[in-house]
Design a protein around this ligand. Structure first.
Ligand SMILES: [Zn+2]
Length: 145
């Protein structure tokens, strides 16, 4: 795997999703990268923190802003294993993040279903590691039955 590729960073996000799975959380993971440096990594913690805002993306945004010492995430890329929801898309809008790359599409709760806008400066791509990310989430819910 080539270092500093989108694949490389998405794989780190996937590792975060696996960490969420281990904690009995819906397995979604995220990392934020600037200049090929990981400045935030997080996974969903809504159960652990009993906080519906504790999505991987929300935590990553907070960590990255704290690391950078500024509220805007220009020149940053978010890698996340599932399409962001409305809430996270809203937060990403305010962050003015440069790029958002998500793995699996979420046709039920993804931001695109609701036409939630990202910032006009934000470029979006998706599909990288989508199958593995979807399979991990499916196996999580199957384990709950
Ligand atoms: Zn979210």
């Amino acid at each position: 795997m080539e270092l500093y590729s989108d694949q490389y960073f998405m794989n780190l996000a996937f590792q975060e999703a696996e960490a969420a799975f281990e904690r009995d959380e819906i397995p979604v993971g995220a990392v934020i990268v600037t200049n090929n440096k990981v400045i935030a990594r997080s996974h969903n913690l809504t159960q652990t923190l009993t906080d519906v805002t504790a999505h991987a993306e929300m935590q990553a945004i907070t960590s990255a802003s704290s690391f950078l010492g500024g509220k805007y995430l220009r020149d940053c890329t978010l890698y996340v294993t599932l399409e962001p929801c409305n809430m996270c898309a809203g937060a990403l809008y305010w962050s003015q993040i440069s790029r958002v790359i998500f793995a699996a599409e979420d046709t039920h709760r993804g931001y695109r279903k609701f036409n939630t806008p990202l910032h006009p400066k934000t470029k979006v791509a998706f599909g990288l590691m989508a199958e593995r990310s979807t399979a991990l989430i499916q196996s999580f819910f199957e384990s709950k039955r």
